[in-house]
Ligand binder design. Structure first.
Ligand SMILES: *Cc1c(COP(=O)(O)O)cnc(C)c1O
Length: 349
């Protein structure tokens, strides 16, 4: 979901951007107007996340999965192992991709007990002394697991796939060496990804790589080694502006806590629905839940759709239902979902 105010503004500007008589999509990416947009976009993200000058901010192609390849290609070091902490579907996918390019070691950081899904405290993760980097996924979108603390390592850089949690809560960027995120959850439409990388990491030679996945090259070229996805970039800038006008990340966090709490409290208080994730690592963005009587799944999906509540079917890998309640989802959306779930339960109990 994208903020409606942003969609409306984009609609209004669709044919004529900044009185230039053309759409932003029809402009040269090297025109002074578009370059002003990209500068404004980066400045806005830097303010929102409090990103210091020690980091480069890149706007790249290829979404989250593009970064699954870019990370090992850029950060590989001969003779060293890349450590992948696994806690669900996406971190496993990242490992599989990295395996094509560099030697990896996967570490299972889950701690499931009696059918309850959980993650070990980051201080209990057993990381090897030497590694080219440590990769983890702070929010497992499919599994609904979120890690709120940040792991640390004395020498190896910490790399985080924040595709589904970026800008949803305050973080200290300085605890990370590389943060990446596909845009389509909290930033804008698909087609662009954001990389926040410590400048010293750009000195790594890594492996031979396609130019469009080369961090140092993209940094040198202002993320314009080739034509960037200009419309996605424009919308990302609009979303950042919307975030700043609405109290920034802190305000989002307050609202996201309230939204998630409302839904989890309802599920926990119900004998009709279950969430199997331990309380300390429940995702604020993706709330998976199961109907205790799974034979009602199809009916639940069909009726919720009729009620205007979309995309509730769980990921094909884990089944059940999943409510994704990203930044742009207002609390009214969650209230509507809870009302529907309550009525559905009463009708079928
Ligand atoms: C959605 C998602 C991805 C994949 O993003 P694509 O842009 O489809 O490649 C990767 N990681 C996480 C955590 C995600 O939620």
């Amino acid at each position: 979901m994208l903020p409606q105010a942003v969609m409306k503004k984009a609609q209004k500007e669709f044919l004529d951007w900044q009185d230039l008589g053309v759409s932003v999509m029809e402009m040269s990416h090297r025109s002074k107007e578009f370059l002003a947009l990209t500068a404004k976009c980066e400045a806005s993200l830097r303010r929102l996340m409090n990103i210091s000058d020690e980091y480069e901010v890149l706007f790249m192609h290829g979404g989250g999965r593009g970064q699954f390849s870019a990370v090992p290609l850029n950060l590989h070091q001969d003779g060293k192992t890349a450590v992948y902490c696994e806690n669900g579907v996406w971190s496993k996918s990242a490992t599989d991709e990295a395996n094509k390019f560099t030697k990896t070691l996967s570490i299972d950081v889950r701690n499931d007990v009696n059918g309850e899904f959980s993650i070990k405290q980051v201080t209990n993760w057993v990381l090897p002394e030497d590694a080219s980097y440590i990769h983890y996924c702070p929010n497992e979108t499919v599994d609904g697991l979120e890690i709120f603390d940040v792991p640390s390592h004395p020498t190896a850089p910490i790399v985080a796939d924040m595709s589904s949690t970026i800008l949803s809560r305050e973080i200290d960027v300085n605890k990370f060496d590389l943060i990446y995120a596909g845009a389509q959850k909290n930033i804008g439409p698909s087609g662009i990804s954001i990389v926040i990388v410590r400048k010293t990491l750009l000195e790594r030679e890594g492996l031979p790589k396609p130019g469009i996945l080369d961090y140092a090259l993209e940094a040198k070229q202002g993320s314009m080694f080739n034509t960037p996805p200009t419309f996605a970039w424009y919308l990302a800038a609009e979303v950042f502006e919307w975030l700043e006008l609405n109290g920034g990340v802190k305000a989002m966090e307050v609202q996201n806590i309230a939204k998630a709490q409302l839904l989890y409290d309802f599920i926990d208080g119900s004998s009709f629905y279950t969430n199997k994730v331990a309380k300390h690592c429940r995702s604020r963005m993706n709330v998976p839940f199961w109907l205790n009587d799974e034979s009602l799944n199809d009916k639940f999906v069909a009726q919720s759709k009729d009620a205007g509540l979309l995309a509730l079917e769980g990921h094909r890998i884990v089944g059940g239902m999943r409510a994704s309640i990203y930044n742009a989802m207002p609390i009214e959306g969650v209230q509507a979902l809870v009302s529907f779930m309550d009525a559905f339960a009463k009708e079928h109990s």
